[in-house]
Design a protein around this ligand. Structure first.
Ligand code: AMP
Length: 219
Protein backbone atom coordinates (compact mmCIF):
# COMPACT_ATOMS: atom_id res chain seq x y z
CA UNK A 1 0.00 0.00 0.00
CA UNK A 2 1.21 3.51 -0.79
CA UNK A 3 1.61 5.70 2.26
CA UNK A 4 -0.39 8.77 1.34
CA UNK A 5 -0.62 10.92 4.44
CA UNK A 6 -1.91 14.41 5.20
CA UNK A 7 -1.18 16.02 8.56
CA UNK A 8 -3.77 18.51 9.74
CA UNK A 9 -3.62 20.73 12.77
CA UNK A 10 -3.15 24.33 13.83
CA UNK A 11 0.17 26.19 13.67
CA UNK A 12 2.34 24.92 16.50
CA UNK A 13 0.62 21.53 16.77
CA UNK A 14 3.82 19.75 15.75
CA UNK A 15 2.86 18.86 12.16
CA UNK A 16 6.29 19.75 10.80
CA UNK A 17 8.19 17.82 13.46
CA UNK A 18 5.99 14.76 13.08
CA UNK A 19 5.94 14.92 9.28
CA UNK A 20 9.76 15.07 9.18
CA UNK A 21 10.09 12.05 11.48
CA UNK A 22 7.50 10.12 9.54
CA UNK A 23 9.11 10.91 6.21
CA UNK A 24 12.44 9.58 7.48
CA UNK A 25 11.08 6.49 9.20
CA UNK A 26 8.72 5.47 6.39
CA UNK A 27 10.97 6.65 3.58
CA UNK A 28 8.48 8.93 1.86
CA UNK A 29 9.00 12.62 1.03
CA UNK A 30 7.67 15.27 3.41
CA UNK A 31 5.94 17.90 1.35
CA UNK A 32 5.62 21.08 3.37
CA UNK A 33 3.68 23.75 1.48
CA UNK A 34 4.97 26.32 4.01
CA UNK A 35 8.59 25.40 3.11
CA UNK A 36 7.79 25.57 -0.61
CA UNK A 37 6.29 29.03 -0.14
CA UNK A 38 9.16 30.26 2.07
CA UNK A 39 11.58 29.24 -0.67
CA UNK A 40 9.50 31.04 -3.26
CA UNK A 41 9.36 34.11 -1.02
CA UNK A 42 13.16 34.34 -1.00
CA UNK A 43 13.19 34.93 -4.75
CA UNK A 44 12.95 38.55 -5.70
CA UNK A 45 9.98 38.01 -7.98
CA UNK A 46 6.53 39.50 -7.93
CA UNK A 47 5.12 36.13 -6.88
CA UNK A 48 7.74 35.77 -4.13
CA UNK A 49 6.92 39.22 -2.75
CA UNK A 50 3.17 38.53 -2.82
CA UNK A 51 3.69 35.24 -0.95
CA UNK A 52 5.85 36.93 1.68
CA UNK A 53 3.23 39.62 2.22
CA UNK A 54 0.49 37.01 2.65
CA UNK A 55 2.55 34.99 5.12
CA UNK A 56 3.54 38.10 7.08
CA UNK A 57 -0.11 39.03 7.41
CA UNK A 58 -0.95 35.54 8.73
CA UNK A 59 -3.25 34.88 5.75
CA UNK A 60 -3.53 32.03 3.28
CA UNK A 61 -2.18 31.92 -0.26
CA UNK A 62 -5.02 31.35 -2.76
CA UNK A 63 -6.47 27.89 -3.25
CA UNK A 64 -5.76 28.08 -6.97
CA UNK A 65 -2.03 28.66 -6.46
CA UNK A 66 -1.74 26.06 -3.71
CA UNK A 67 -3.62 23.37 -5.61
CA UNK A 68 -1.38 23.97 -8.64
CA UNK A 69 1.78 23.63 -6.52
CA UNK A 70 0.61 20.42 -4.86
CA UNK A 71 -0.75 18.87 -8.05
CA UNK A 72 2.66 19.27 -9.71
CA UNK A 73 4.56 18.04 -6.68
CA UNK A 74 2.51 14.88 -6.22
CA UNK A 75 3.14 13.56 -9.73
CA UNK A 76 6.90 13.66 -9.24
CA UNK A 77 8.53 10.24 -9.18
CA UNK A 78 9.44 10.31 -5.47
CA UNK A 79 5.84 10.88 -4.39
CA UNK A 80 4.22 8.09 -6.38
CA UNK A 81 4.69 5.49 -3.63
CA UNK A 82 3.66 7.83 -0.86
CA UNK A 83 4.18 11.21 0.77
CA UNK A 84 3.50 13.16 3.93
CA UNK A 85 1.71 16.42 3.26
CA UNK A 86 2.44 19.03 5.92
CA UNK A 87 0.28 22.16 5.76
CA UNK A 88 -1.97 21.04 2.92
CA UNK A 89 -4.95 20.95 2.66
CA UNK A 90 -5.84 24.06 4.65
CA UNK A 91 -9.30 24.68 3.20
CA UNK A 92 -12.18 22.46 2.13
CA UNK A 93 -11.62 23.52 -1.51
CA UNK A 94 -8.02 22.26 -1.24
CA UNK A 95 -9.25 18.99 0.28
CA UNK A 96 -11.71 18.48 -2.58
CA UNK A 97 -8.97 19.14 -5.12
CA UNK A 98 -6.67 16.70 -3.31
CA UNK A 99 -9.32 13.97 -3.50
CA UNK A 100 -9.53 14.55 -7.25
CA UNK A 101 -5.71 14.44 -7.63
CA UNK A 102 -5.53 11.16 -5.66
CA UNK A 103 -8.50 9.47 -7.26
CA UNK A 104 -6.47 6.53 -8.63
CA UNK A 105 -4.26 6.11 -5.59
CA UNK A 106 -4.53 4.31 -2.25
CA UNK A 107 -6.71 5.94 0.44
CA UNK A 108 -5.42 9.14 2.01
CA UNK A 109 -4.56 8.76 5.70
CA UNK A 110 -5.52 11.97 7.49
CA UNK A 111 -4.04 12.68 10.91
CA UNK A 112 -5.50 15.67 12.71
CA UNK A 113 -3.19 16.79 15.50
CA UNK A 114 -5.01 18.77 18.18
CA UNK A 115 -3.50 21.01 20.86
CA UNK A 116 -5.28 23.55 23.14
CA UNK A 117 -4.84 27.11 21.87
CA UNK A 118 -3.03 28.52 24.93
CA UNK A 119 -0.41 25.80 24.48
CA UNK A 120 -0.09 26.70 20.76
CA UNK A 121 0.60 30.35 21.59
CA UNK A 122 3.27 29.29 24.07
CA UNK A 123 4.91 26.89 21.61
CA UNK A 124 4.94 29.35 18.70
CA UNK A 125 6.55 32.05 20.85
CA UNK A 126 9.31 29.61 21.80
CA UNK A 127 9.79 27.97 18.38
CA UNK A 128 13.05 28.51 16.53
CA UNK A 129 14.08 27.14 13.15
CA UNK A 130 17.48 26.65 11.58
CA UNK A 131 18.10 29.33 8.98
CA UNK A 132 20.25 26.85 7.02
CA UNK A 133 18.55 23.43 7.04
CA UNK A 134 15.07 24.29 8.29
CA UNK A 135 15.18 21.93 11.32
CA UNK A 136 12.52 22.91 13.87
CA UNK A 137 13.36 23.44 17.55
CA UNK A 138 10.68 23.54 20.16
CA UNK A 139 12.35 25.86 22.62
CA UNK A 140 14.64 28.84 22.77
CA UNK A 141 17.57 26.90 24.25
CA UNK A 142 20.77 27.53 22.31
CA UNK A 143 21.40 29.54 19.20
CA UNK A 144 22.90 26.86 16.98
CA UNK A 145 21.26 24.05 15.04
CA UNK A 146 22.10 20.66 16.56
CA UNK A 147 21.93 19.11 13.10
CA UNK A 148 24.01 21.38 10.85
CA UNK A 149 25.39 24.15 13.10
CA UNK A 150 23.39 26.89 11.34
CA UNK A 151 22.03 29.87 13.27
CA UNK A 152 18.58 29.49 14.81
CA UNK A 153 16.04 32.17 13.99
CA UNK A 154 12.41 32.93 14.75
CA UNK A 155 10.08 32.57 11.76
CA UNK A 156 8.82 36.04 10.89
CA UNK A 157 5.21 34.83 11.15
CA UNK A 158 5.78 33.36 14.64
CA UNK A 159 5.82 36.87 16.10
CA UNK A 160 3.03 37.30 18.63
CA UNK A 161 1.15 39.93 16.60
CA UNK A 162 0.81 37.51 13.66
CA UNK A 163 0.23 34.31 15.61
CA UNK A 164 -3.23 35.43 16.74
CA UNK A 165 -4.28 36.12 13.16
CA UNK A 166 -2.96 32.72 12.03
CA UNK A 167 -4.96 30.97 14.75
CA UNK A 168 -8.06 32.93 13.74
CA UNK A 169 -7.58 31.99 10.07
CA UNK A 170 -7.07 28.37 11.12
CA UNK A 171 -10.35 28.32 13.07
CA UNK A 172 -12.27 29.87 10.19
CA UNK A 173 -10.76 28.14 7.14
CA UNK A 174 -9.10 24.94 8.32
CA UNK A 175 -11.18 23.63 11.23
CA UNK A 176 -14.00 22.67 8.81
CA UNK A 177 -11.59 20.07 7.40
CA UNK A 178 -12.19 17.94 10.48
CA UNK A 179 -15.86 17.51 9.54
CA UNK A 180 -14.88 17.01 5.89
CA UNK A 181 -12.71 14.00 6.77
CA UNK A 182 -14.22 12.72 10.00
CA UNK A 183 -16.44 10.03 8.48
CA UNK A 184 -13.54 8.32 6.71
CA UNK A 185 -12.02 5.08 7.93
CA UNK A 186 -8.50 6.43 7.50
CA UNK A 187 -9.02 9.59 9.56
CA UNK A 188 -7.78 9.94 13.14
CA UNK A 189 -7.43 12.69 15.69
CA UNK A 190 -4.13 12.63 17.56
CA UNK A 191 -3.53 14.24 20.95
CA UNK A 192 -0.72 16.65 20.10
CA UNK A 193 -0.41 18.02 23.63
CA UNK A 194 1.83 15.08 24.61
CA UNK A 195 5.63 15.10 24.21
CA UNK A 196 6.99 14.72 20.65
CA UNK A 197 8.09 11.12 21.36
CA UNK A 198 4.67 10.10 22.61
CA UNK A 199 2.95 11.82 19.67
CA UNK A 200 5.32 10.05 17.29
CA UNK A 201 4.35 6.69 18.80
CA UNK A 202 0.65 7.51 18.50
CA UNK A 203 1.18 8.53 14.87
CA UNK A 204 3.09 5.35 14.01
CA UNK A 205 0.53 3.10 15.73
CA UNK A 206 -2.35 4.82 13.95
CA UNK A 207 -0.70 4.42 10.55
CA UNK A 208 0.05 0.74 11.22
CA UNK A 209 -3.58 0.20 12.17
CA UNK A 210 -4.87 1.89 8.99
CA UNK A 211 -2.40 0.04 6.78
CA UNK A 212 -3.50 -3.24 8.35
CA UNK A 213 -7.18 -2.57 7.82
CA UNK A 214 -6.79 -1.38 4.22
CA UNK A 215 -4.70 -4.44 3.41
CA UNK A 216 -7.14 -6.83 5.12
CA UNK A 217 -9.96 -5.34 3.05
CA UNK A 218 -8.09 -6.28 -0.10
CA UNK A 219 -7.83 -9.98 0.77
P1 AMP B 1 3.31 26.64 7.62
O1 AMP B 1 4.79 26.53 7.51
O2 AMP B 1 2.59 25.38 7.23
O3 AMP B 1 2.86 27.17 8.97
O4 AMP B 1 2.86 27.74 6.54
C1 AMP B 1 3.32 29.07 6.60
C2 AMP B 1 2.38 29.98 5.81
O5 AMP B 1 2.39 29.59 4.43
C3 AMP B 1 0.91 29.94 6.22
O6 AMP B 1 0.64 30.78 7.32
C4 AMP B 1 0.24 30.43 4.94
O7 AMP B 1 0.38 31.82 4.77
C5 AMP B 1 1.08 29.75 3.86
N1 AMP B 1 0.56 28.40 3.50
C6 AMP B 1 1.16 27.20 3.72
N2 AMP B 1 0.39 26.20 3.26
C7 AMP B 1 -0.71 26.76 2.74
C8 AMP B 1 -1.90 26.25 2.13
N3 AMP B 1 -2.09 24.94 1.98
N4 AMP B 1 -2.83 27.13 1.72
C9 AMP B 1 -2.65 28.46 1.87
N5 AMP B 1 -1.58 29.01 2.44
C10 AMP B 1 -0.61 28.17 2.88
Amino acid sequence: MQLNIAMLGPPGAGKGTQASQLGEVRNVPRISTGDILREAAQLETEFGRAVQATMDAGGLVSDEVMIGIVRERLVREDALEGFVLDGFPRTVAQAEALDAILVDRDPLIVLDISVPSDELVRRLAARRVCGECGEIFGDKLGTECGKCGGALVQRSDDRESIVHERLKVYARDSEPLTSYYRGRRTFAEIDGSRTPDVVERLVQETIDRFQGSVERDRL
